[in-house]
Design a protein around this ligand. Structure first.
Ligand SMILES: *Cc1c(COP(=O)(O)O)cnc(C)c1O
Length: 384
């Protein structure tokens, strides 16, 4: 057995056939796969529009621009996340306000969010204002973290009350369900990623999904250099080169055709791991709420040094030595040099989850021998 990777892409469908078609027809930049890919995703999610982009980060950036986030505005975001959405907030000149997460599912803490609105904000003719900074609070980016949905009904209800836009960052969770509804279809607008380590990949790519036709048209406009008159090269605003290529869309479409299989494989791996770690003191997997169907994007456990014979760092080294690749969770974004001057609201849980969290091999194509070896090595390392 070679090294067992954390997560490698899985190609078992039409990828080669579709990419070959791009090369043979010469349609490698623009082309028909882009619309096919968008159509496949929008119909899967039951949304009117999907616009493909060069990356998930690009999707977030252009979404914030299109929903009207301006320099000096504030956007609320969970601190425990990949850094992309925090950076996107800064790209448009806005400031993140970092929220804590809940201790079991690790999603944005809705109670603290509610307290923040109630206690830290006040209504004004410029919209909701953060009392301590005086800045308008315009949006929440709800990140469906590690394949598990946020409690979106509560978030949407709360944000409606305060007239705040909800952006769903579903980059890690396409295929998951929230109260039977599809993740990526739960808020005013959603951003997806098809980066190499996501549940399905286009190599690189992202998507903006929404029922709002005006927003979708504006996204299309901005990702293609804001061309008002393509023939005359007249650009009405500062746009971006954020288009996806036909080659990437071809791979994405082929992967989208297999999403169901990928999700099934991830869920079955999670069930196997859960069983293997049952009764092992100090190893606690990310929870799955009874209202959720997680895709377990990266299967992650908390390692509690007070309860087992090791901590997250030492377990990582032990598994590395056994040829098993693992990964810690992201450093809470409010602690990163680029963002640590921004407001962090009553954060107590996220730091602890970061210190204890370790993601285990989660590839769609992991073999039965490999997953058994992972459980065996974890159990051995913690002295179970
Ligand atoms: C992966 C990811 C993104 C976007 O990633 P790209 O690599 O730019 O496609 C955005 N948000 C979250 C939470 C992610 O995990």
């Amino acid at each position: 057995m070679g090294t067992i990777p954390l997560s490698s892409p899985h190609f078992a469908g039409n990828e080669v056939a579709y990419v070959t078609q791009c090369i043979e027809t010469g349609w490698v930049a623009g082309g028909a796969f882009i619309e096919d890919f968008e159509e496949r995703v929008s119909s899967f999610l039951g949304k009117k529009r999907a616009v493909a982009t060069a990356s998930g980060t690009a999707a977030l950036h252009v979404t914030l621009r299109v929903i009207g986030i301006e320099p000096g505005d504030e956007v609320i975001i969970p601190t425990l996340t990949f850094v992309a959405p925090s950076n996107a907030i800064r790209y448009v000149g806005a400031q993140p306000v970092f929220m804590d997460v809940d201790p079991v599912y690790w999603q944005i803490d809705v109670e603290k969010l509610s307290d923040f609105f109630k206690e830290e904000c006040r209504p004004s003719n410029r919209g909701l204002l953060n009392r301590s900074t005086g800045r308008p609070v315009k949006a929440v980016i709800a990140v469906d973290l590690m394949g598990h949905p946020v409690d979106m009904d509560s978030i949407v209800e709360l944000c409606r009350q305060y007239d705040v836009v909800v952006v769903e960052d579903a980059a890690e969770s396409l295929g998951a369900l929230y109260r039977g509804k599809k993740v990526g279809a739960l808020a005013d607008v959603a951003c997806l990623s098809f980066n190499g380590n996501k549940v399905i990949t286009s190599g690189a790519g992202g998507m903006v999904v929404t029922d709002n036709e005006v927003w979708a048209d504006r996204v299309k406009y901005f990702i293609d250099q804001a061309k008002d008159d393509p023939a005359e090269y007249y650009h009405g605003e500062i746009g971006y080169n954020y288009r996806i290529t036909n080659v990437h869309a071809a791979i994405g479409l082929a992967q989208m055709e297999k999403l169901h299989d990928h999700v099934a494989a991830k869920r079955s791996l999670a069930a196997y791991y859960n069983k293997g770690f049952t009764g092992i003191e100090g190893i606690t997997p990310q929870g799955e709420a009874d209202w959720a169907k997680s895709i377990f994007w990266l299967y992650t456990v908390l390692v509690d040094p007070d309860l087992c014979g090791t901590d997250r760092r030492r377990l990582m080294v032990a598994l590395q030595n056994a040829g098993i690749q693992t990964r810690p969770l992201w450093v809470p974004n409010h602690l990163l040099p680029a963002h640590n001057q921004c407001q962090a609201y009553r954060i107590t849980i996220a730091d602890r989850i970061h210190q204890k969290g370790l993601s285990l091999p989660s590839s769609v194509g992991i073999t039965e021998d490999e997953r058994a070896f992972v459980v065996e090595q974890v159990v051995r390392a913690v002295g179970g």
